[in-house]
Design a protein around this ligand. Structure first.
Ligand code: COA
Length: 267
């Protein structure tokens, strides 16, 4: 099998939703064994042309810092395996991994084709990718990666208190979860700058095992939002995953817009 010759670490795969409506395939690739194979085993590098197209091989060679190079590679490898499983799920033809080119848009977004949505995230332990037939965003963060001071402006105290109470977690975990949600939504909405976006999304409640309730403050966004750009929370499915050291949030847009949940909550 191709993955044997390239000696890739095993990915974990999961399916969410329904491909007839909103369906997502996620893949998670651990970084430590990839790093080890990358540094110690020439077969990994030799096998990469079976996973990456010529443009991707060129991009890989351009990263000046090895940590970034490895994270980018892990994201691409996770994404290609998610893409293969997603196409299998749809009963569509599954091209060779090197034939599924993932382009990098000028703003950094990954792009496969007009009908496929893709999101990628990495922290120092793993790379994750989500492939879907609907807008999708994924983010993974370590609890200790977020310095409270640097992000205080983007996470309101009320949000941290509400999420810690709803999830039954500590403040550091709550901050990480909120950050992941805002980054995942930002990636899925795919426009504007992150800082005004993160300020505009205000989380009101996030009970354990349920979808969070948030409101969108257009004034905080600094400009008028179109309906498509403002992620109203009743359009989105949100799924979380935890490890001892990190949190992951997957968001994907589904169904027809319903009543505004903020108005419902205020009634
Ligand atoms: C998009 C963004 C949110 C990514 O978050 P991150 O935590 O830096 O990194 P992640 O590992 O989670 O995600 C990186 C991936 O997101 C994707 N990405 C990059 N820009 C993107 C965008 N505009 N929209 C969607 N996805 C994007 C890429 O695939 C990237 O991985 P790759 O370059 O290896 O392909 C980030 O680029 C950003 O804008 N961050 C703002 C941070 C900030 O403003 N901090 C202020 C602190 S006070």
């Amino acid at each position: 099998m191709r993955s044997d010759s390239a000696r890739l670490p095993e990915v974990s795969l999961s399916r969410h939703g329904d491909p007839a409506e909103a369906g997502v395939v996620c893949a998670s690739l651990p970084l430590a064994p990839l790093r080890e194979a990358w540094q110690a085993d020439g077969r990994l590098a030799a096998g990469l042309p079976s996973w990456l197209c010529a443009d991707e091989m060129g991009l890989l060679a351009q990263f000046p810092v090895q940590k970034r190079q490895l994270e980018w590679l892990a994201g691409r490898l996770a994404a290609k395996q998610a893409l293969s499983h997603y196409r299998n799920w749809l009963d569509a033809a599954v091209p060779h991994p090197a034939g599924m080119a993932i382009q990098r848009q000028p703003d950094g977004r990954p792009f496969v084709d007009e009908r496929t949505y893709l999101s990628i995230s990495h922290n120092r332990c793993q790379a994750v990718a989500a492939v879907a037939n609907c807008p999708v965003g994924i983010d993974v963060e370590s609890f200790d990666a977020l310095q409270a001071g640097s992000i205080a402006d983007l996470l309101a105290e009320q949000e941290v208190v509400a999420v810690a109470a709803g999830q039954g977690c500590d403040r550091s975990q709550a901050r990480t979860l909120i950050w992941c949600l805002k980054e995942a939504l930002f990636k899925a909405c795919g426009q504007r700058a992150f800082v005004p976006f993160a300020r505009a999304i205000q989380i009101l409640d996030w009970p354990q095992g349920k979808v969070p309730l948030w409101r969108v403050d257009s004034r905080a966004a600094g400009q008028a939002w179109t309906e498509e750009a403002a992620p109203a929370c009743d359009h989105w499915q949100v799924e979380t995953a935890w490890t001892e050291t990190s949190a992951q949030v997957l968001v994907y847009r589904q169904g027809r817009p319903g009543a505004d949940p903020i108005k419902r909550a205020e009634e």
